[in-house]
Design a protein around this ligand. Structure first.
Ligand SMILES: Nc1nc2c(ncn2[C@@H]2O[C@H](COP(=O)(O)OP(=O)(O)O)[C@@H](O)[C@H]2O)c(=O)[nH]1
Ligand SMILES: [Mg+2]
Length: 326
C-alpha cells in the first residue's frame, strides 16, 4: 500500500482551470439556486406555466438540482460529521482516512443520500480518487458533499458526512443559520460524533477565528448531548509546522494541542468543552503539498500513523467506550 511516495500530480497550467484558494467557487447550493432562478424568469417570459399547459410543459418536469434537499430521516447513526470551513482539509482527510481503513472496512458512498443529478458524479469521483490512492488537491472540490457508509464484515459501523465548508461556517456570513438538512441532522436523536476541524493558522484574521469558535460553541450548547454525542478536535495540516514534530517525524500531540488550545480565540470553546466530558484531540496531516520548481504540484501521502490515529479516535467514540487519548 505504501508505494505512494512523492509523486508529481498536477500541472498548474494543466488541463483543469484551477482556482486560487481565495477565489470563492459558488457552492453547489447557490449554483443550483441561480440555475433555478434564471430558468424560472426565462420561462415566465417565454412560456408562462398555467394550469392548462402544466402537464405538457417539459420545463415543469420534476427536477432535483438542489443538493441540500436531503431525506435526513433515512440517515442512521452513529454519524461522524466532518465540521469545518472551506479549505480546512475535510475532503483530503476523508480520502486519506478511507484509503487507510478500507483494509478492514467497506467504505461506500451512500448511493441515495443526495437526490440531485450531480451526486452520481460526486460518488464516481470519490471512487476514482480513492482507488487511485492519490489525488491532486484541486480535484477534490468535486467531492465535497457526500455521505459514506462504513461497514465491517457486512455490519454497519458508522456513516461519515462531508459537506461544503460554507454549510458549516462562512466567514462572510458568520451568523448564518444552518441549512435545513443540517439542522435536521443536528436535532435528530441519532448518535453523532462531531469532528471539528482546525488549523494552527486558520483564517486570515482574529475576527473570523473568533466567529468560527463562537459558531461551534453555540452548536455544542444547543445540540450536543453529552450522553449521546462525542466531540473530536482535529488540528489539521500539521505538516506545515515541522518544528512541532518529534524525532520520529511525528507531530507532538501535546505541542499541537497546547498551541491550539492556547490560541485566544479557542477560549470561547474551552468552557463548553469542559462540560462535555472527554474530548479527544488529534493532530493530523493528510500529506505534504508543495509546488516544485517547475510549478508542478506535488503531494506525498502522510505516514499511515496519521489516518491510524484519526481512526482510533473515531473508533473509540463510535463505540462510546473509553477513549485512548487525553
Ligand atoms: N499542508 C497541507 N495542506 C493540506 C492538507 N490537507 C489539505 N490541504 C490543502 O488544503 C486544500 C483544501 O483541502 P480540501 O480537503 O479540499 O478542503 P475542504 O474544503 O475542507 O474539503 C487542499 O487543496 C490542500 O492544498 C494537509 O494535510 N497538509
Ligand atoms: Mg471538501
Amino acid at each position: 500500500m505504501e508505494n505512494k511516495d512523492k509523486r508529481q500530480l498536477y500541472s498548474k497550467e494543466g488541463r483543469i482551470q484551477h482556482k486560487a484558494p481565495d477565489q470563492e467557487e459558488p457552492s453547489e447550493a447557490s449554483e443550483s439556486q441561480e440555475n433555478t432562478e434564471s430558468q424560472l424568469s426565462h420561462d415566465d417570459i417565454d412560456h408562462p406555466v398555467t394550469p392548462d399547459n402544466l402537464e405538457e410543459d417539459p420545463t415543469t418536469a420534476k427536477v432535483n438540482n438542489d443538493p441540500t434537499n436531503i431525506e435526513t430521516a433515512a440517515v442512521t447513526g452513529p454519524l461522524v460529521i466532518f465540521y469545518g470551513p472551506r479549505n480546512v482539509g475535510k475532503t483530503v482527510a476523508l480520502l486519506r482516512l478511507s484509503e487507510f481503513i478500507q483494509q478492514e472496512y467497506d467504505v461506500t458512498p451512500a448511493k441515495d443520500y443526495r437526490g440531485d443529478d450531480k451526486y452520481e458524479e460526486t460518488v464516481k469521483k470519490f471512487e476514482q480518487l480513492r482507488n487511485r490512492g492519490l489525488h491532486a488537491p484541486e480535484a477534490t472540490g468535486e467531492i465535497n458533499f457526500l455521505m459514506l457508509n462504513v461497514n465491517q464484515s457486512g455490519k454497519h459501523f458508522c456513516k461519515i458526512l462531508e459537506a461544503p465548508g460554507e454549510h458549516f461556517f462562512d466567514p462572510e456570513k458568520p451568523n448564518a443559520d444552518y441549512l435545513h438538512y443540517l439542522n435536521q441532522l443536528f436535532t435528530s436523536d441519532i448518535r453523532k460524533i462531531y469532528v471539528f476541524f482546525f488549523e494552527i493558522e486558520l483564517f486570515k484574521n482574529d475576527t473570523d477565528r473568533q466567529n468560527y469558535a463562537n459558531k461551534i460553541r453555540r452548536l455544542i450548547q444547543k445540540h450536543v448531548n453529552i450522553k449521546r454525542d462525542k466531540i473530536i478536535i482535529l488540528c489539521n495540516k500539521c505538516d506545515k509546522f515541522p518544528d512541532m514534530y518529534t524525532n520520529n517525524n511525528r507531530p507532538s500531540q501535546k505541542l499541537f494541542r497546547e498551541k491550539l488550545y492556547d490560541s485566544p480565540y479557542f477560549n470561547a470553546l474551552k468552557g463548553v468543552l469542559k462540560k462535555r466530558g472527554r474530548v479527544d484531540f488529534v493532530a493530523f496531516s493528510a500529506g505534504e503539498f508543495s509546488t516544485d520548481s517547475n510549478g508542478l504540484q506535488t503531494f506525498a501521502f502522510a505516514d499511515p500513523y496519521f489516518p491510524q490515529t484519526f481512526w482510533k479516535a473515531i473508533y473509540a467514540n463510535v463505540k462510546g467506550g473509553f477513549s485512548l487519548f487525553s
